[in-house]
Design a protein around this ligand. Sequence first.
Ligand SMILES: *Cc1c(COP(=O)(O)O)cnc(C)c1O
Length: 370
Amino acid sequence: MIPYLDLHTINAPYEADIKQALLDVVDSGWYLFGQQVSAFEQEWAEYNGARYCVACANGLDALRLVLRAWIEMGYLKHGDGVIVPANTYIASILAVSDNGLIPIPVEPDSESYLLDPRKIAQVLEDPESSTAYPVTKGVEIRAILPVHLYGQRCEMEAIDELAACHRLLVLQDSAQSHGVKAKGTCAWSFYPGKNLGALGDAGAVTTDDEELATVIRQLAFYGSEKKYVHRFKGVNSRMDELQAAVLRIKLRDLDRTNARRVAIANRFAREISNPSLVLPKAKADHVYHICPVLTAHRDELQQVLLQQGIQTQIHYPLAPHQQKAYNEWKTLHFPITEMIAAQELSIPCNQSMTEEDVSKVIDALNAWKP
Ligand SMILES: *Cc1c(COP(=O)(O)O)cnc(C)c1O
């Protein structure tokens, strides 16, 4: 059996270190706002070349807190539009809606499946040309939320240039791209299955903006400047010492485990030769959180692989605009996004696979006839 992702095997190399670190936290008697979280914040900022890192409870909160902070700082107001990729995990979009902002979905690039700067430019220059226009008429676009989906960096030079030109804020959803270096403000998730995963929920924001970092830290702590003095109607969102201790251990090995994912993905790109399968094009830095193959016979392929002991997943079977939660978008059509949702199959791609496992996956894919 080749599991899609076996967290026990992923974490096994660090077992002794993790157990010791967890015991140390237990013994310390200090469980929140301690040395582990502040050391992790420092190490994660440094690793990413960012000036500040603020830890929080999960990736969705990281996204939400940045947008909320920009509202409190007066850069955004309720009803403003935020450009989001139509093809993303729904959390990216929930963070926008949750803040009373209006998500404006834009179709991805047809080769990388990532947010396409050319299509963003078109929407900015001619809002009526936007697929989402029927529901976003009159909305003032104030921000862009690129998602480094599957682990690949979006075309940030072009996106940053557009943002500068149209005076837009940029918040990167980096929940799938640990190890991809990106300038600017990034929201991170350390959900257990991510490339850098905790043993539960955890998240963080990295940024070079000192005021933003301060406001996020306050918002995440009941909106308080200091204990019992409240500047904002904040929330409670924090990373605990246990998770920070685990993340610090795994961070030391992140470049190696990412390199292993890249090597596997390179073999897939070179050796998968079945003309019935399409692989997205890698155009930029990529850490292969997800390795998709696309076929019109996706469900059949998933079954065939499973019969050969190869587990796969689908990211994601329904696009956000096809979800009941976004009923207001039900009349909209995003053909590339819908094609991806109908055809995407994620094959196993992680450091616990042997070369033999990788060969088995490649052989099974090449032998398959729809
Ligand atoms: C995992 C993920 C999130 C949410 O992170 P959580 O820690 O589960 O809240 C957001 N965006 C993307 C693209 C993700 O993959």
